[in-house]
Design a protein around this ligand. Structure first.
Ligand SMILES: [Fe+2]
Length: 344
């Protein structure tokens, strides 16, 4: 496994790079905007293809590099389903697997620092974002934080992981890099409490100043996604237009979401499945989509229209004509009460 812990000095943020092998797929957790070129250089040096970028929550102390990395690499942006960000390519729920080639992380919803805070478990380690820090915990006094929720996230979720689980936090202000669940249980001063109320008492009396970057970072991090106008930079077909002519015979619907999303939410009836992670293989000269595009329009869709915007660009670059996508994706389709086929 390739594992790197990258530090941003200004915000004391840790960013994690994960991959199973040189030449394979990579994932970044909590990248910082100002470090984007450093990540891209390292990915190139290690011969890695960035396929997913995860933010554990909406950060208040730095601007995320999620949107910038998507623009540079066409990777998939990931957050928890509770994220207030308007457009995120893929949303995970509690206990969902998050996969790249050769690696699986498990999403753990650990609210408290913010309602949408997630931790991610992988084999012997857990990435705790700002929920559990080394000898500390993330503040709960802004962004709809809740010390009671955080207490449960800590005591009922994270501290129940095996004692030898390595703890990799989202920040450290003293230069510590890693801890374990056992160490934190024993030595983290915030965890030496007997009740949620006692914990809340500590958290409600920290009297911390707001992060210097907060007024810039939060609004910026809420709008990293490819919104409607960006989704219209490629050929589109709107949900209303499709439904007005339903059953729509004049195009091939192509679902580019992952299996887990299809089985959870269903799909547009009679869609072909061409997952975004291997999308270029579907578009090359021997791939199924290049043949289909010759007969009829190929209409791509994903969850919210972000991946499908990028997929239209990929298809076009690979020489396919007659490819468009559905802005707003399957979410817009569902909102308009479009017919749905269950996928087992
Ligand atoms: Fe935070």
């Amino acid at each position: 496994m390739i594992f790197r812990q990258l530090f941003d000095k200004t915000s004391s943020t840790y960013t994690y790079l994960l991959a199973s092998r040189h030449g394979g797929e990579a994932l970044l957790i909590d990248p910082v905007f100002e470090q984007t070129q450093r990540y891209l250089k390292l990915l190139e040096e290690l011969d890695l293809k960035l396929v997913k970028v995860v933010d554990t929550h909406i950060h208040a102390d730095h601007v995320s590099a999620m949107g910038k990395l998507r623009d540079e690499t066409r990777c998939v942006t990931v957050m928890g389903e509770q994220s207030p960000a308007d457009v995120v390519s893929m949303r995970v729920r509690d206990n969902d697997p998050l996969t790249i080639e050769g690696l699986t992380l498990t999403a753990l919803h650990t609210p408290g620092h913010t309602p949408e805070s997630y931790s991610f478990m992988m084999e012997d380690r857990v990435f705790t974002g700002d929920t559990l820090l080394i000898r500390g915990t993330g503040r709960t006094d802004f962004q709809n934080g809740s010390p009671h929720e955080q207490y449960h996230s800590l005591f009922d979720r994270l501290l129940k992981l095996p004692d030898n689980t390595l703890v990799y936090p989202g920040h450290d202000y003293k230069g510590d890099t890693v801890s374990t669940i056992e160490e934190e249980k024993a030595f983290n001063p915030r965890l030496q409490v007997r009740s949620p109320d006692e914990y809340a008492d500590i958290m409600n009396n920290l009297n911390l100043a707001n992060p210097a970057m907060m007024d810039v970072a939060v609004p910026e991090n809420l709008k990293q996604g490819l919104r409607s106008s960006a989704q219209h930079r490629v050929a589109v077909m709107e949900v209303d237009e499709i439904l007005a002519g339903w059953p729509y015979q004049d195009c091939h619907f192509v679902d580019i979401r992952e299996d887990s999303e299809r089985s959870r939410y269903g799909a547009i009836p009679n869609s072909i499945h061409a997952p975004y992670g291997r999308f270029d293989q579907y578009c090359n000269s021997s791939g199924p989509l290049s043949g289909l595009a010759k007969s009829n329009r190929v209409l791509l869709y994903c969850a919210v229209g972000e991946r499908s915007t990028l997929a239209v660009e990929i298809a076009t670059e690979l020489g396919l004509q007659n490819v468009a996508h559905i802005p707003g994706g399957f979410t817009a389709w569902k909102q308009a009460n479009g017919p749905i086929e269950e996928i087992s």
